[in-house]
Design a protein around this ligand. Structure first.
Ligand SMILES: Nc1nc2c(c(=O)[nH]1)N[C@H]1C(S)=C(S)[C@@H](COP(=O)(O)O)O[C@H]1N2
Ligand SMILES: [Mo]
Length: 197
């Protein structure tokens, strides 16, 4: 944005966005993976949502491509203290996937190809707050960054944005995922510095 504020004495200063507490800016895009990058070809990619009734909702690559996608510009914040501003993604909001899903559960576990898991309240995935992202800065999402498709939940620390997303399973209780079992915070709000539990 080209917004400038005229400070005392008429000096022009660019507006500075605050960072969440304890974060520093990075210009590059670090890779943080707990294991090797799984090879998930688009031709065998599938995403599913499972609820307490045992019902499953499934989408393959063609179904994903047929859905209305959004361009998202957002800041991302890693618990290891790097933040990256104005990152550009393209993806489908989770609201579209949950449109026909009925559940009484308040939480979900995200499961990735490769076995990673992370837990979130269902509400944090809805109302335009989360996406299944498949492009980064106009290019197909690179495998190391979660391609072909990753979860993008930018209002929480980036460990909640599961790379290589495979499924979401609703759950009545907030059962901890991979990093949450290893000491990370159950929720992970970067503005409240919810790093560790
Ligand atoms: N499947 C999977 N998703 C993951 C991770 C992981 O190890 N495996 N790491 C998380 C962490 S800790 C961070 S900070 C981000 C890093 O994403 P990046 O490698 O694209 O920067 O992915 C998150 N999602
Ligand atoms: Mo992270």
């Amino acid at each position: 944005m080209a917004v400038v504020s005229r400070g005392f004495g008429g000096r022009r200063e660019p507006t500075e966005k605050p960072l969440p507490p304890g974060q520093f800016l990075t210009e590059d895009f670090p890779v943080l993976s707990a294991g090797p990058t799984p090879n998930v070809d688009e031709s065998r990619w599938e995403f599913s949502i499972h609820t307490e009734t045992g019902e499953a909702h499934r989408w393959d690559w063609a179904a994903l491509q047929a859905m209305d996608a959004e361009d998202v510009s957002t800041d991302i914040h890693c618990v290891t203290r790097w933040s990256k501003l104005g990152t550009g993604w393209r993806g489908v909001p989770l609201d579209a996937f949950f449109a026909d899903v009925e559940t009484e559960d308040d939480f979900v576990m995200a499961h990735s190809y490769g076995g990673y898991t992370t837990n979130l309240p269902l509400d944090d995935l809805l109302d335009g707050k989360a996406w299944l992202a498949y492009e980064f800065e106009g290019e197909p999402l690179a495998p190391v960054h979660g391609g072909p498709v990753r979860l993008l939940v930018p209002h929480l620390y980036f460990w909640k944005s599961a790379k290589w997303i495979r499924s979401l399973v609703t759950q009545a209780d907030d059962v901890p995922g991979f990093w949450e079992q290893n000491g990370y915070h159950a929720y992970g709000d970067p503005w409240l510095e919810q790093r560790y539990s």
